[in-house]
Design a protein around this ligand. Structure first.
Ligand code: CAA
Ligand code: FAD
Length: 378
Protein backbone atom coordinates (compact mmCIF):
# COMPACT_ATOMS: atom_id res chain seq x y z
CA UNK A 1 0.00 0.00 0.00
CA UNK A 2 1.42 3.34 -1.12
CA UNK A 3 0.67 6.16 1.33
CA UNK A 4 1.13 8.82 -1.35
CA UNK A 5 -1.94 9.38 -3.50
CA UNK A 6 -1.48 8.58 -7.19
CA UNK A 7 -2.14 11.23 -9.82
CA UNK A 8 -5.89 10.61 -10.07
CA UNK A 9 -6.33 10.45 -6.29
CA UNK A 10 -4.35 13.67 -5.82
CA UNK A 11 -6.46 15.40 -8.45
CA UNK A 12 -9.73 14.32 -6.81
CA UNK A 13 -8.40 15.37 -3.41
CA UNK A 14 -7.34 18.81 -4.72
CA UNK A 15 -10.64 19.27 -6.51
CA UNK A 16 -12.61 18.42 -3.36
CA UNK A 17 -10.41 20.63 -1.18
CA UNK A 18 -10.70 23.58 -3.53
CA UNK A 19 -14.51 23.29 -3.70
CA UNK A 20 -14.75 22.79 0.07
CA UNK A 21 -12.57 25.81 0.83
CA UNK A 22 -14.12 28.12 -1.78
CA UNK A 23 -17.79 27.20 -1.64
CA UNK A 24 -18.64 25.12 1.42
CA UNK A 25 -16.50 26.16 4.39
CA UNK A 26 -17.44 29.88 4.19
CA UNK A 27 -21.14 29.00 4.62
CA UNK A 28 -20.89 25.87 6.82
CA UNK A 29 -21.98 27.69 10.00
CA UNK A 30 -24.95 29.21 8.14
CA UNK A 31 -26.02 25.80 6.80
CA UNK A 32 -25.86 24.41 10.35
CA UNK A 33 -27.97 27.32 11.62
CA UNK A 34 -30.50 27.22 8.73
CA UNK A 35 -30.75 23.40 8.73
CA UNK A 36 -30.48 23.12 4.96
CA UNK A 37 -27.98 22.67 2.15
CA UNK A 38 -28.71 24.74 -0.96
CA UNK A 39 -29.20 22.38 -3.89
CA UNK A 40 -26.64 24.28 -5.98
CA UNK A 41 -23.95 23.16 -3.50
CA UNK A 42 -25.00 19.54 -4.13
CA UNK A 43 -25.13 20.13 -7.90
CA UNK A 44 -21.62 21.58 -7.68
CA UNK A 45 -20.40 18.36 -6.04
CA UNK A 46 -21.99 16.36 -8.86
CA UNK A 47 -20.43 18.57 -11.55
CA UNK A 48 -17.01 17.80 -10.06
CA UNK A 49 -17.67 14.04 -10.15
CA UNK A 50 -18.02 13.82 -6.36
CA UNK A 51 -21.45 12.13 -6.31
CA UNK A 52 -20.08 9.03 -8.04
CA UNK A 53 -16.38 8.96 -7.27
CA UNK A 54 -16.04 5.16 -7.43
CA UNK A 55 -18.66 4.63 -10.14
CA UNK A 56 -17.76 3.51 -13.70
CA UNK A 57 -17.32 6.32 -16.22
CA UNK A 58 -19.73 4.49 -18.56
CA UNK A 59 -22.47 5.27 -16.02
CA UNK A 60 -21.41 8.89 -15.59
CA UNK A 61 -19.15 8.30 -12.58
CA UNK A 62 -15.63 9.60 -12.02
CA UNK A 63 -14.22 6.04 -11.88
CA UNK A 64 -11.47 7.40 -9.62
CA UNK A 65 -11.50 4.55 -7.08
CA UNK A 66 -12.09 4.02 -3.39
CA UNK A 67 -8.98 5.78 -2.05
CA UNK A 68 -9.91 8.87 -4.09
CA UNK A 69 -13.41 8.66 -2.64
CA UNK A 70 -12.05 8.47 0.93
CA UNK A 71 -9.74 11.44 0.33
CA UNK A 72 -12.57 13.50 -1.18
CA UNK A 73 -14.88 12.69 1.74
CA UNK A 74 -12.18 13.79 4.21
CA UNK A 75 -11.86 17.15 2.43
CA UNK A 76 -15.60 17.83 2.27
CA UNK A 77 -16.10 16.76 5.92
CA UNK A 78 -13.24 19.02 6.99
CA UNK A 79 -15.40 21.91 5.76
CA UNK A 80 -18.92 20.66 6.51
CA UNK A 81 -19.89 17.27 7.90
CA UNK A 82 -23.53 17.73 6.88
CA UNK A 83 -22.57 18.12 3.24
CA UNK A 84 -20.23 15.14 3.61
CA UNK A 85 -22.94 12.76 4.84
CA UNK A 86 -25.24 13.87 2.04
CA UNK A 87 -22.45 13.08 -0.42
CA UNK A 88 -21.57 9.81 1.31
CA UNK A 89 -25.08 8.33 1.19
CA UNK A 90 -25.50 9.47 -2.42
CA UNK A 91 -22.24 7.78 -3.46
CA UNK A 92 -23.30 4.62 -1.59
CA UNK A 93 -26.62 4.55 -3.44
CA UNK A 94 -24.94 5.13 -6.83
CA UNK A 95 -22.48 2.31 -6.11
CA UNK A 96 -25.09 -0.17 -4.93
CA UNK A 97 -27.24 0.38 -8.03
CA UNK A 98 -24.17 0.20 -10.30
CA UNK A 99 -23.20 -3.09 -8.67
CA UNK A 100 -26.50 -4.91 -8.19
CA UNK A 101 -28.82 -3.21 -10.70
CA UNK A 102 -29.96 -4.60 -14.05
CA UNK A 103 -28.66 -2.77 -17.08
CA UNK A 104 -31.96 -0.86 -17.29
CA UNK A 105 -31.83 0.13 -13.59
CA UNK A 106 -28.22 1.19 -13.85
CA UNK A 107 -28.78 3.27 -16.95
CA UNK A 108 -31.89 4.91 -15.59
CA UNK A 109 -30.61 5.99 -12.19
CA UNK A 110 -26.84 6.05 -11.90
CA UNK A 111 -26.09 8.75 -14.52
CA UNK A 112 -28.80 10.93 -12.96
CA UNK A 113 -27.26 10.61 -9.51
CA UNK A 114 -23.75 11.30 -10.81
CA UNK A 115 -24.83 14.30 -12.90
CA UNK A 116 -26.78 15.88 -10.04
CA UNK A 117 -30.11 15.49 -11.85
CA UNK A 118 -31.24 13.82 -8.62
CA UNK A 119 -30.19 16.11 -5.77
CA UNK A 120 -29.30 13.00 -3.75
CA UNK A 121 -29.94 9.31 -3.17
CA UNK A 122 -31.37 7.63 -0.05
CA UNK A 123 -30.64 4.34 1.67
CA UNK A 124 -33.77 3.28 3.56
CA UNK A 125 -32.88 0.33 5.78
CA UNK A 126 -33.55 1.36 9.40
CA UNK A 127 -36.96 1.31 11.01
CA UNK A 128 -38.38 2.60 14.30
CA UNK A 129 -38.00 -0.88 15.86
CA UNK A 130 -35.10 -2.18 13.74
CA UNK A 131 -31.83 -0.22 13.81
CA UNK A 132 -28.84 -2.38 14.73
CA UNK A 133 -30.94 -5.43 13.84
CA UNK A 134 -32.29 -4.80 10.33
CA UNK A 135 -33.02 -8.54 10.04
CA UNK A 136 -36.06 -7.88 12.25
CA UNK A 137 -37.60 -5.24 9.99
CA UNK A 138 -41.38 -5.12 9.56
CA UNK A 139 -41.81 -3.29 6.27
CA UNK A 140 -43.29 -5.73 3.78
CA UNK A 141 -43.43 -5.91 0.00
CA UNK A 142 -46.25 -7.98 -1.47
CA UNK A 143 -46.28 -9.15 -5.04
CA UNK A 144 -49.18 -7.91 -7.16
CA UNK A 145 -50.18 -8.69 -10.74
CA UNK A 146 -47.96 -5.99 -12.17
CA UNK A 147 -45.34 -5.37 -9.49
CA UNK A 148 -45.06 -4.89 -5.75
CA UNK A 149 -46.79 -2.93 -3.03
CA UNK A 150 -44.69 -1.69 -0.07
CA UNK A 151 -46.12 -1.08 3.39
CA UNK A 152 -44.27 0.03 6.50
CA UNK A 153 -42.19 2.71 8.12
CA UNK A 154 -38.56 3.71 7.77
CA UNK A 155 -36.69 5.85 10.29
CA UNK A 156 -33.69 8.21 10.15
CA UNK A 157 -33.51 8.35 6.38
CA UNK A 158 -30.71 10.67 5.28
CA UNK A 159 -31.56 12.80 2.21
CA UNK A 160 -35.17 11.51 2.35
CA UNK A 161 -36.75 14.82 1.36
CA UNK A 162 -34.20 15.46 -1.40
CA UNK A 163 -33.72 12.04 -2.97
CA UNK A 164 -34.44 11.24 -6.62
CA UNK A 165 -34.19 7.55 -5.83
CA UNK A 166 -34.41 5.44 -2.67
CA UNK A 167 -33.13 1.95 -2.05
CA UNK A 168 -35.82 0.56 0.24
CA UNK A 169 -35.55 -2.76 2.08
CA UNK A 170 -38.67 -4.81 2.76
CA UNK A 171 -39.68 -8.31 3.74
CA UNK A 172 -40.74 -10.49 0.82
CA UNK A 173 -40.28 -13.85 2.54
CA UNK A 174 -40.10 -15.47 5.96
CA UNK A 175 -38.57 -14.07 9.14
CA UNK A 176 -34.91 -13.13 9.60
CA UNK A 177 -32.27 -11.87 7.26
CA UNK A 178 -33.04 -14.29 4.39
CA UNK A 179 -36.56 -12.93 3.91
CA UNK A 180 -35.51 -9.43 2.82
CA UNK A 181 -35.33 -7.85 -0.62
CA UNK A 182 -34.22 -4.42 -1.89
CA UNK A 183 -36.28 -2.14 -4.14
CA UNK A 184 -35.64 1.05 -6.08
CA UNK A 185 -38.33 3.62 -5.40
CA UNK A 186 -38.30 6.95 -7.21
CA UNK A 187 -38.78 10.16 -5.24
CA UNK A 188 -42.37 11.37 -5.56
CA UNK A 189 -43.84 7.86 -5.94
CA UNK A 190 -47.39 7.95 -4.51
CA UNK A 191 -47.53 6.23 -1.14
CA UNK A 192 -43.96 7.22 -0.14
CA UNK A 193 -44.27 10.10 2.29
CA UNK A 194 -41.49 11.86 4.18
CA UNK A 195 -42.24 13.05 7.71
CA UNK A 196 -40.92 16.08 9.60
CA UNK A 197 -37.12 16.43 9.50
CA UNK A 198 -35.43 15.39 12.75
CA UNK A 199 -34.17 18.19 15.02
CA UNK A 200 -30.66 16.85 15.54
CA UNK A 201 -27.74 17.58 17.89
CA UNK A 202 -25.34 17.78 14.95
CA UNK A 203 -25.30 17.42 11.18
CA UNK A 204 -28.09 19.95 11.37
CA UNK A 205 -27.91 20.91 7.70
CA UNK A 206 -28.32 17.32 6.54
CA UNK A 207 -31.81 16.02 5.94
CA UNK A 208 -33.00 13.12 8.15
CA UNK A 209 -36.64 12.08 7.95
CA UNK A 210 -38.96 9.24 8.84
CA UNK A 211 -40.69 7.66 5.86
CA UNK A 212 -44.13 6.18 5.59
CA UNK A 213 -44.75 3.55 2.93
CA UNK A 214 -48.48 3.51 2.59
CA UNK A 215 -49.52 1.08 -0.16
CA UNK A 216 -46.60 2.34 -2.22
CA UNK A 217 -46.84 0.62 -5.62
CA UNK A 218 -43.71 -0.05 -7.62
CA UNK A 219 -43.30 -1.96 -10.88
CA UNK A 220 -41.93 -5.50 -11.07
CA UNK A 221 -38.60 -4.20 -12.32
CA UNK A 222 -38.10 -2.14 -9.10
CA UNK A 223 -36.59 -5.21 -7.40
CA UNK A 224 -32.84 -4.64 -6.94
CA UNK A 225 -30.89 -7.89 -7.11
CA UNK A 226 -32.69 -11.17 -6.47
CA UNK A 227 -35.60 -11.77 -4.16
CA UNK A 228 -34.27 -12.72 -0.71
CA UNK A 229 -30.83 -11.23 -1.42
CA UNK A 230 -31.66 -7.86 0.20
CA UNK A 231 -29.82 -8.32 3.51
CA UNK A 232 -26.56 -9.28 1.82
CA UNK A 233 -26.87 -6.32 -0.55
CA UNK A 234 -27.31 -4.04 2.48
CA UNK A 235 -24.31 -5.55 4.28
CA UNK A 236 -22.06 -5.29 1.23
CA UNK A 237 -23.14 -1.68 0.65
CA UNK A 238 -22.53 -0.86 4.32
CA UNK A 239 -19.04 -2.37 4.22
CA UNK A 240 -18.19 0.33 1.67
CA UNK A 241 -20.36 2.96 3.36
CA UNK A 242 -18.39 2.56 6.59
CA UNK A 243 -15.25 3.69 4.77
CA UNK A 244 -17.18 6.85 3.88
CA UNK A 245 -18.19 7.47 7.50
CA UNK A 246 -14.66 6.75 8.75
CA UNK A 247 -13.45 9.35 6.22
CA UNK A 248 -16.08 11.78 7.42
CA UNK A 249 -14.87 11.31 11.01
CA UNK A 250 -11.27 11.90 9.89
CA UNK A 251 -12.30 15.07 8.05
CA UNK A 252 -14.11 16.50 11.08
CA UNK A 253 -11.15 15.65 13.35
CA UNK A 254 -8.71 17.25 10.88
CA UNK A 255 -10.58 20.55 11.11
CA UNK A 256 -10.67 20.29 14.92
CA UNK A 257 -6.91 19.66 15.20
CA UNK A 258 -6.06 22.47 12.78
CA UNK A 259 -8.27 24.96 14.58
CA UNK A 260 -7.04 23.93 18.04
CA UNK A 261 -3.41 24.24 16.93
CA UNK A 262 -3.96 27.72 15.56
CA UNK A 263 -5.85 28.78 18.69
CA UNK A 264 -3.09 27.41 20.93
CA UNK A 265 -0.56 29.55 19.04
CA UNK A 266 -2.63 32.73 19.26
CA UNK A 267 -4.25 32.61 22.69
CA UNK A 268 -2.12 34.09 25.47
CA UNK A 269 -2.57 33.51 29.20
CA UNK A 270 -0.05 34.22 31.98
CA UNK A 271 1.93 36.19 29.39
CA UNK A 272 2.59 33.25 27.06
CA UNK A 273 0.85 31.38 24.23
CA UNK A 274 -1.15 28.54 25.75
CA UNK A 275 0.57 26.30 23.18
CA UNK A 276 3.79 26.79 25.17
CA UNK A 277 2.29 24.83 28.08
CA UNK A 278 3.01 21.14 28.17
CA UNK A 279 -0.60 20.25 28.99
CA UNK A 280 -1.75 21.80 25.71
CA UNK A 281 1.16 20.30 23.75
CA UNK A 282 0.35 16.80 24.99
CA UNK A 283 -3.30 17.26 24.13
CA UNK A 284 -2.35 18.26 20.58
CA UNK A 285 0.21 15.44 20.35
CA UNK A 286 -2.41 12.84 21.33
CA UNK A 287 -4.90 14.27 18.85
CA UNK A 288 -2.42 14.34 15.98
CA UNK A 289 -1.36 10.76 16.70
CA UNK A 290 -4.94 9.48 16.85
CA UNK A 291 -5.83 11.42 13.73
CA UNK A 292 -2.97 9.85 11.77
CA UNK A 293 -3.92 6.37 13.02
CA UNK A 294 -7.55 6.94 12.01
CA UNK A 295 -6.49 8.17 8.58
CA UNK A 296 -4.18 5.18 8.05
CA UNK A 297 -6.85 2.63 9.02
CA UNK A 298 -9.35 4.35 6.74
CA UNK A 299 -7.00 4.45 3.76
CA UNK A 300 -6.07 0.81 4.33
CA UNK A 301 -9.73 -0.24 4.18
CA UNK A 302 -10.22 1.88 1.05
CA UNK A 303 -7.13 0.37 -0.55
CA UNK A 304 -8.24 -3.20 0.21
CA UNK A 305 -11.66 -2.54 -1.31
CA UNK A 306 -10.02 -1.06 -4.36
CA UNK A 307 -7.80 -4.15 -4.73
CA UNK A 308 -10.89 -6.36 -4.68
CA UNK A 309 -9.69 -7.98 -1.46
CA UNK A 310 -11.83 -8.71 1.63
CA UNK A 311 -12.27 -5.50 3.59
CA UNK A 312 -15.38 -5.90 5.76
CA UNK A 313 -13.56 -6.19 9.11
CA UNK A 314 -11.00 -3.54 8.12
CA UNK A 315 -13.80 -1.10 7.21
CA UNK A 316 -15.42 -1.79 10.59
CA UNK A 317 -12.07 -1.20 12.35
CA UNK A 318 -11.60 2.07 10.47
CA UNK A 319 -15.13 3.23 11.29
CA UNK A 320 -14.88 2.17 14.94
CA UNK A 321 -11.51 3.78 15.54
CA UNK A 322 -11.96 6.91 13.43
CA UNK A 323 -15.39 7.75 14.86
CA UNK A 324 -14.30 7.30 18.48
CA UNK A 325 -10.99 9.10 17.93
CA UNK A 326 -12.83 11.95 16.19
CA UNK A 327 -15.01 12.42 19.27
CA UNK A 328 -11.99 12.47 21.59
CA UNK A 329 -10.16 14.88 19.28
CA UNK A 330 -13.11 17.27 19.08
CA UNK A 331 -13.49 17.19 22.88
CA UNK A 332 -9.81 18.09 23.32
CA UNK A 333 -10.03 20.81 20.66
CA UNK A 334 -12.97 22.39 22.45
CA UNK A 335 -11.10 22.24 25.77
CA UNK A 336 -8.16 24.08 24.20
CA UNK A 337 -10.55 26.84 23.11
CA UNK A 338 -11.74 27.29 26.71
CA UNK A 339 -15.02 29.21 27.03
CA UNK A 340 -14.74 30.42 23.43
CA UNK A 341 -15.06 26.80 22.33
CA UNK A 342 -18.45 26.55 23.93
CA UNK A 343 -20.07 29.23 21.79
CA UNK A 344 -20.81 29.45 18.09
CA UNK A 345 -18.22 32.15 17.34
CA UNK A 346 -15.78 29.28 16.71
CA UNK A 347 -16.46 26.19 14.60
CA UNK A 348 -15.18 23.73 17.18
CA UNK A 349 -18.52 23.28 18.96
CA UNK A 350 -20.06 22.33 15.57
CA UNK A 351 -17.31 19.79 14.97
CA UNK A 352 -18.03 18.17 18.34
CA UNK A 353 -21.78 18.05 17.64
CA UNK A 354 -21.16 16.67 14.14
CA UNK A 355 -18.64 14.04 15.24
CA UNK A 356 -21.05 12.57 17.77
CA UNK A 357 -23.23 10.66 15.33
CA UNK A 358 -20.31 8.94 13.62
CA UNK A 359 -20.22 6.31 16.41
CA UNK A 360 -23.93 5.64 15.87
CA UNK A 361 -24.93 5.53 12.20
CA UNK A 362 -23.96 2.96 9.59
CA UNK A 363 -23.65 0.59 12.55
CA UNK A 364 -22.90 1.69 16.13
CA UNK A 365 -19.46 1.13 17.65
CA UNK A 366 -20.89 -1.94 19.36
CA UNK A 367 -21.98 -3.33 15.97
CA UNK A 368 -18.54 -2.62 14.46
CA UNK A 369 -17.01 -4.66 17.30
CA UNK A 370 -19.41 -7.51 16.49
CA UNK A 371 -18.36 -7.41 12.81
CA UNK A 372 -14.66 -7.37 13.75
CA UNK A 373 -15.00 -10.15 16.34
CA UNK A 374 -17.06 -12.39 14.03
CA UNK A 375 -14.49 -12.05 11.25
CA UNK A 376 -12.02 -13.70 13.62
CA UNK A 377 -14.23 -16.28 15.29
CA UNK A 378 -16.47 -17.43 12.40
N1 CAA B 1 -21.20 -9.17 3.23
C1 CAA B 1 -21.91 -10.18 2.68
N2 CAA B 1 -22.75 -10.96 3.41
C2 CAA B 1 -22.85 -10.71 4.71
C3 CAA B 1 -22.14 -9.67 5.35
C4 CAA B 1 -21.27 -8.89 4.56
N3 CAA B 1 -20.55 -7.88 5.08
N4 CAA B 1 -22.45 -9.66 6.66
C5 CAA B 1 -23.32 -10.66 6.85
N5 CAA B 1 -23.57 -11.30 5.67
C6 CAA B 1 -24.43 -12.45 5.45
C7 CAA B 1 -24.02 -13.61 6.35
O1 CAA B 1 -23.02 -14.38 5.74
C8 CAA B 1 -25.31 -14.39 6.49
O2 CAA B 1 -25.49 -15.16 5.33
P1 CAA B 1 -26.35 -16.55 5.34
O3 CAA B 1 -27.78 -16.16 5.53
O4 CAA B 1 -26.09 -17.12 3.99
O5 CAA B 1 -25.80 -17.36 6.46
C9 CAA B 1 -26.38 -13.30 6.51
O6 CAA B 1 -25.77 -12.14 5.87
C10 CAA B 1 -26.82 -12.90 7.91
O7 CAA B 1 -25.65 -12.51 8.61
P2 CAA B 1 -25.59 -12.43 10.20
O8 CAA B 1 -26.11 -13.70 10.78
O9 CAA B 1 -24.21 -12.00 10.57
O10 CAA B 1 -26.67 -11.28 10.48
P3 CAA B 1 -27.08 -10.56 11.83
O11 CAA B 1 -28.55 -10.42 11.84
O12 CAA B 1 -26.44 -11.24 13.01
O13 CAA B 1 -26.49 -9.08 11.67
C11 CAA B 1 -24.89 -7.32 11.74
C12 CAA B 1 -25.16 -8.81 11.46
C13 CAA B 1 -23.45 -7.07 11.32
C14 CAA B 1 -25.04 -6.96 13.21
C15 CAA B 1 -25.84 -6.44 10.90
O14 CAA B 1 -27.18 -6.59 11.30
C16 CAA B 1 -25.50 -4.97 10.91
O15 CAA B 1 -24.59 -4.53 10.22
N6 CAA B 1 -26.26 -4.12 11.68
C17 CAA B 1 -26.07 -2.68 11.64
C18 CAA B 1 -27.03 -2.05 10.70
C19 CAA B 1 -26.49 -0.78 10.08
O16 CAA B 1 -25.30 -0.59 9.94
N7 CAA B 1 -27.38 0.09 9.62
C20 CAA B 1 -26.99 1.25 8.91
C21 CAA B 1 -28.17 1.88 8.20
S1 CAA B 1 -27.65 3.00 6.90
C22 CAA B 1 -27.10 4.35 7.66
O17 CAA B 1 -26.94 4.38 8.84
C23 CAA B 1 -26.74 5.52 6.75
C24 CAA B 1 -26.33 6.72 7.48
O18 CAA B 1 -26.42 6.80 8.66
C25 CAA B 1 -25.82 7.87 6.84
P1 FAD C 1 -30.45 0.48 18.56
O1 FAD C 1 -30.20 -0.56 17.56
O2 FAD C 1 -31.75 0.44 19.28
O3 FAD C 1 -29.26 0.47 19.61
C1 FAD C 1 -29.35 1.10 20.89
C2 FAD C 1 -28.05 0.77 21.64
O4 FAD C 1 -27.96 -0.66 21.84
C3 FAD C 1 -26.79 1.17 20.88
O5 FAD C 1 -25.82 1.61 21.77
C4 FAD C 1 -26.35 -0.14 20.24
O6 FAD C 1 -24.98 -0.20 19.94
C5 FAD C 1 -26.74 -1.14 21.32
N1 FAD C 1 -26.91 -2.48 20.78
C6 FAD C 1 -27.86 -2.92 19.92
N2 FAD C 1 -27.67 -4.23 19.64
C7 FAD C 1 -26.57 -4.61 20.32
C8 FAD C 1 -25.85 -5.85 20.43
N3 FAD C 1 -26.21 -6.94 19.77
N4 FAD C 1 -24.76 -5.87 21.23
C9 FAD C 1 -24.38 -4.77 21.91
N5 FAD C 1 -25.00 -3.59 21.84
C10 FAD C 1 -26.09 -3.50 21.05
N6 FAD C 1 -30.47 4.45 8.68
C11 FAD C 1 -30.76 4.18 7.38
O7 FAD C 1 -31.21 3.10 7.06
N7 FAD C 1 -30.51 5.12 6.42
C12 FAD C 1 -30.01 6.33 6.70
O8 FAD C 1 -29.79 7.14 5.79
C13 FAD C 1 -29.71 6.65 8.06
N8 FAD C 1 -29.25 7.89 8.39
C14 FAD C 1 -29.13 8.22 9.71
C15 FAD C 1 -28.81 9.53 10.06
C16 FAD C 1 -28.75 9.91 11.39
C17 FAD C 1 -28.46 11.32 11.75
C18 FAD C 1 -28.97 8.93 12.41
C19 FAD C 1 -28.91 9.30 13.87
C20 FAD C 1 -29.25 7.63 12.07
C21 FAD C 1 -29.33 7.25 10.72
N9 FAD C 1 -29.68 5.96 10.35
C22 FAD C 1 -29.96 5.66 9.03
C23 FAD C 1 -29.97 4.95 11.37
C24 FAD C 1 -28.75 4.37 12.04
O9 FAD C 1 -28.09 3.48 11.19
C25 FAD C 1 -29.22 3.69 13.34
O10 FAD C 1 -29.54 4.74 14.24
C26 FAD C 1 -28.18 2.78 13.92
O11 FAD C 1 -27.98 1.66 13.08
C27 FAD C 1 -28.58 2.30 15.34
O12 FAD C 1 -29.88 1.87 15.39
P2 FAD C 1 -30.88 2.44 16.55
O13 FAD C 1 -30.78 3.90 16.53
O14 FAD C 1 -32.20 1.84 16.35
O15 FAD C 1 -30.25 1.93 17.90
Amino acid sequence: MDLDPNETEALVQRTARDYAERVIRPVAADLDRDKDIPRDILRGLAELGLMGVNVPAALGGAEAGVVAYALAMMEIARACASTAVTMSVTNMVAEVIARFGTEAQREKHVPRICAGEYAAGSFALSEPEAGSDPGSMRTVAERTEDGWVLRGQKQWITNGAWAGVFVVWARTGGPGTRGLSAFLVEGGTPGLRCGRPEDKLGLRASNTVPIELDDCKVPADALLGSEGEGFKIAMMALDGGRIGIASQAVGIATAAVEEATQYARERKQFGRSIGDYEAIQWSLADSRTELDAARALTLRAAWLKEQGRPFSAEAAMAKLYASEASNRICQRALQIHGGYGYVRDFAVERHLRDARVTTIYEGTSEIQRIVIARSATR
